[in-house]
Design a protein around this ligand. Structure first.
Ligand code: FAD
Length: 125
């Protein structure tokens, strides 16, 4: 039996385990990450990366790599509801593509072009 010694053993190479090992490594703490699966997941387990996660990726220096893996900036991000996978569309919520959602100002302009009022410093009674 092979015996491997490591200061920290991280079990699970999901986002939590990988981020933990990343943070330990940045602080000079060696770690070994093990996972029961031999490869990466074959089905998607995240189709949207939130802004806070992107902030961490930017801090760690690989946000541009994550962004490059995403959909093209003009790819629609609408949410649509269908009777079946290839059936009739029942309803659709339109959202701006990522290139237009990059800043609040752009999002605001997107809404204005569609005649939707967006006002800050206003509180409905
Ligand atoms: C279909 C789907 C869509 C999703 N979409 C989004 C999304 O759009 N945005 C988003 O932010 N999140 C999304 N999520 C959630 C996101 O995938 C999870 O929150 C995230 O993967 C959790 O990370 P984790 O590291 O805690 O766990 P996991 O990703 O589950 O990783 C745990 C790892 O530990 C391993 N493991 C478990 N037990 C053992 C053991 N005893 N020994 C060795 N290895 C072990 C597993 O094989 C696995 O690789 C989605 C999830 C699913 C399923």
């Amino acid at each position: 039996m092979n015996v491997t010694e490591t200061p920290v053993l991280v079990i699970g190479a999901g986002p939590c385990g990988l981020m933990l090992a990343n943070e330990l490594g940045r602080r000079g703490v060696a770690a070994l990450v093990v996972d029961q699966e031999s490869g990466v997941a074959t089905a998607p387990q995240a189709n949207a990366t939130q802004a806070r996660s992107m902030e961490h990726y930017r801090r760690l220096g690989f946000a541009h790599e994550i962004r490059a893996l995403g959909m093209p900036g003009d790819h629609p991000t609408d949410v649509a509801y269908f009777t079946t996978y290839a059936g009739h569309e029942l309803a659709r919520a339109e959202f701006p593509p990522s290139s237009q959602a990059a800043t609040r100002a752009r999002t605001r302009a997107y809404l204005e072009r569609r005649g939707i009022a967006a006002s800050r410093a206003a509180k409905p009674r």
